[in-house]
Design a protein around this ligand. Structure first.
Ligand SMILES: *Cc1c(COP(=O)(O)O)cnc(C)c1O
Length: 422
């Protein structure tokens, strides 16, 4: 489902023209579609039908309270990687009993916060972390449910920065070492072993790496069962890809059908932790062209959004489609918009500050552009670099728009800073 379609020659978010949103809320501005978020979560839920399951939205992909709230209302669980994300989930009305805590550097304070909240499970990434969780549970008089995040050493075939399931990656416990760690966990006074998990990478465009990982994990599950350690859930992580350009990622249904087949006859609850595939194409970044700059070598479109607003192109060389909001012009308007191949760049003082390179566009200064597929790893990665106020976030629900995070102000930015007394 694409909620950002042209209606009467103008790009809209559900049933609102983006030009009206730019007028009302200014630019740069993230715009999310409630219907698309719901549709994407429900496509997982539908695929899981018939088996015990939980879909835990990976909060790090988009942690806006309104996004979390929309998903919580239709039953989502959440995959968190920090105490801050846990607080967001709780404020958004998420059910702590559906929260999984991932991440490889959990602090004692975060573990205590999660135990107090009553989360479903800790995904443990090292021996040392297991000891820490047991110690905190003991100190606070609680029991901690754990799963070991195993590293199955499969190549997800994705960008090196978002590939996490190879043995040289920092994530998880080597699958060859996991049996011994489970045995040790079984002896711990305040640990309940409940499951096993993996997360092999992001933006995966085939299901083969998942199935390879699951084969390895199922044989470990069998060995553990022989040793009297019975796991109740299998969490296969997130990572399903989305269409940014010409990719052809599988639908959740295709992946989950294949996984269901593999685990048939086993008494395992299936958990997934999708982030990008829920929210990437439920959001765009709306921006305005400030200037066009034509040099001997290149054409530049200088826009009011920058790498501090949307880092993926600079960080990973990621490609996101950039389209004009207005599509239809009169002949005289068209004459003012000769097509050129532009580098679409922001005002930040870095040569790496671009949102798109070599894009053919017919635009004039003042025109609005939309950067598509910006709902995941967009706003959450934004910063105040160059003392830029972070963008507003708006959620559209049919023909109604709500500011779900206000544009920052300079006073807000400076409020935590202090000069020396003398
Ligand atoms: C980032 C992450 C996810 C979500 O990945 P997507 O590619 O956004 O689906 C899930 N689980 C863990 C442990 C992660 O780190």
């Amino acid at each position: 489902m694409n909620p950002f379609q042209y209606q009467n020659g103008e790009l809209s978010a559900e049933n609102l023209p983006l030009s009206a949103l730019a007028e009302q809320f200014g630019t740069p501005c993230y715009v999310y579609s409630r219907a698309a978020l719901e549709h994407n979560l429900l496509s997982y839920e539908r695929a899981f039908e018939g088996i015990e399951h939980l879909t835990c939205f990976a909060v790090k992909a988009n942690s806006n309270l309104a996004v979390l709230n929309v998903l919580a209302r239709i039953g989502a669980g959440f995959d968190i990687v920090s105490g801050g994300e846990l607080t967001r989930v709780l404020r958004a009305g998420g059910d702590p009993a559906k929260v999984i805590f991932s991440g490889l550097g959990k602090t004692e304070i975060e573990i205590e916060q999660a135990l107090n909240a009553g989360i479903l499970c800790f995904n443990v990434e090292s021996d040392a972390e297991l000891d820490r969780i047991n110690a905190v549970a003991q100190r606070t008089g609680k029991r901690a449910a754990i799963s070991l995040r195993v590293n199955p050493d499969v190549d997800a075939g994705t960008h090196p920065y978002i590939s996490t399931g190879l043995k040289e990656n920092k994530f998880g416990i080597d699958i060859a070492a996991a049996f011994a760690v489970y045995q040790r966990a079984a002896t711990m006074s305040h640990i309940d072993i409940t499951g096993i998990d993996c997360h092999i990478g992001s933006q995966l465009t085939t299901i083969a790496p998942y199935l390879d990982a699951i084969d390895k994990i199922l044989s470990l599950i069998d060995r553990l069962a022989q040793a009297g350690i019975n796991l109740q859930h299998l969490d296969i992580g997130g990572g399903l890809g989305v269409v940014y350009n010409q990719e052809t990622p599988p639908e959740p249904g295709e992946l989950i059908r294949a996984v269901k087949e593999k685990i048939q006859g086993r008494n395992l609850t299936l958990i997934m932790e999708p982030g990008r595939s829920i929210c990437a194409n439920a959001g765009i970044l709306l921006t305005r062209v400030e200037f066009l700059k034509h040099t001997t070598y290149k054409h530049f479109a200088i826009i009011d959004a920058a790498m501090n607003d949307l880092l993926r192109p600079s960080l990973y060389g990621a490609w996101q489609e950039i389209v004009p909001v207005r599509q239809q012009f009169s002949a005289s308007e068209q004459a003012l918009r000769p097509a050129h191949t532009y580098d679409v760049v922001g005002p930040v003082c870095e040569s790496g500050d671009f949102l798109g390179k070599e894009r053919t566009l017919s635009i004039a200064a003042g025109d609005l552009l939309a950067v598509r597929s910006a709902g995941a790893y967009g706003f959450v990665m934004s910063s105040n670099y160059n003392t830029r106020n972070r963008a507003a976030e708006v959620m559209v629900d049919n023909d109604r728009a709500t500011v779900v995070r206000q544009r920052e102000t300079i006073d807000y930015q400076l409020s935590l800073e202090q000069v020396l007394a003398d």
